[in-house]
Write a protein that binds this ligand. Sequence first.
Ligand SMILES: C[S@@+](CC[C@H](N)C(=O)[O-])C[C@H]1O[C@@H](n2cnc3c(N)ncnc32)[C@H](O)[C@@H]1O
Length: 415
Amino acid sequence: MASSRILELANGIGKFTSLIHDHLASHDLQFPSFSPDASGTLPEELLKAQDAVLNDTAELHDLLMPPISALHINGNVQNLVSMNAICRFDMANSFAPGEETSFAQMAKHAGLSETVTKSLLRHAMTIRIFCEPKKGVITHTARSALFREPKIQNFIRTGLEEMTPAALRTLDALQKWPMSEEPAETGFALANNTNQLIYEILGDDPARAKRFADTMNIFTTEKGFETSHVISGFDWQSLGAATVVDIGGSRGHISIALAMQFPALKFVVQDFEITVKGAENDMAEAVAERVSFMAHDIFKEQTVVAHVYYFRWIFHNWSDKYSIKILRSLIPILRPGVHIIINDVCMAEPGTLAAWREKELRTFDLGMLAILNGRERDAEEWKDLFERADPRFHFEGVTQPEGSNLAMIAASWSG
Ligand SMILES: C[S@@+](CC[C@H](N)C(=O)[O-])C[C@H]1O[C@@H](n2cnc3c(N)ncnc32)[C@H](O)[C@@H]1O
């Protein structure tokens, strides 16, 4: 019998699924399930097999899917409607994992008709949020149980209430301001009828700001964003007694983690006044002497003399025009040998990452375009950014710490 891509994929899925199964069985670990008490993660050593299965199942699924149905399923916003209904009517908290409920009870809790409740929940179930093990009986899944947490609700609501309106106006923004690199000429600006930046808009509305902060927190506590990758991603020890400026460092969580690990290093965390205010009061005694905070605008000339200028998750917010401004703001204070470390996503070559990881990164890329005209960059583009900022920046390359979502993109000042 002739071979085919679908059979090849099915064989790969079988092989790697067996590998995962055997490893979990031999280590007495839980098998993946949708149950609310499922662990949801696989051990580190299975991540390659996990990516292989996710890649191959996605390709097999897409190969067998009629193209028009694929366009319909991928091109709709109904996922957001059913997911947000669960948040808005706090449905996941109406009964606990391990308990059962009915559409009638859920409808009463939400104050909606039973018919609409059924439509919303049965749609959510297609993405495994709740399940219906017997007709009319609703139970929790791992995914629906997540919706019990206020932080997750805020994350989902940010998707619908901030990112979606911005995304829906992105093409209008591109037509209105073609080629713009301005952070306020975006889908977000049109959706909010503003010429202010997202930071200012959210700063004026504590409820929106809290939802956005919770969303950021979900990403930064996700696997792949651990501070351990920053600690191991650069030879901090080799700096000896040195000063590091953590630009846009928020409340200093990275500087504090590095200060704990490297007692010879001092840190200055810079961010908006409102962000750094009072941050010193939150610090452990062991590092309080070595981590300080100051209000500083990343576009204004740098005033702190240091050995390292470190930026984590800053540049992807900004177009090239503004990223170059940020780099140039350092120049007056740079001395030969000073390090510039950008800790940000470095896009892999298309098709080289597991498909689901590439999709997530490309979703970030379009999200940054929608809210700030920002972007994710690949290694060539990072190099190009330093070169365009000033030829005296010596690009040293990109290191991708194993398991980290963010790369270490390093340059030094040649003077
Ligand atoms: C995505 S967050 C990253 C925070 C932190 N570096 C981290 O990795 O968790 C971007 C940070 O840049 C700061 N920021 C944005 N624009 C700024 C500006 N013009 N001046 C100073 N900080 C700014 C924000 O307040 C925020 O803390």
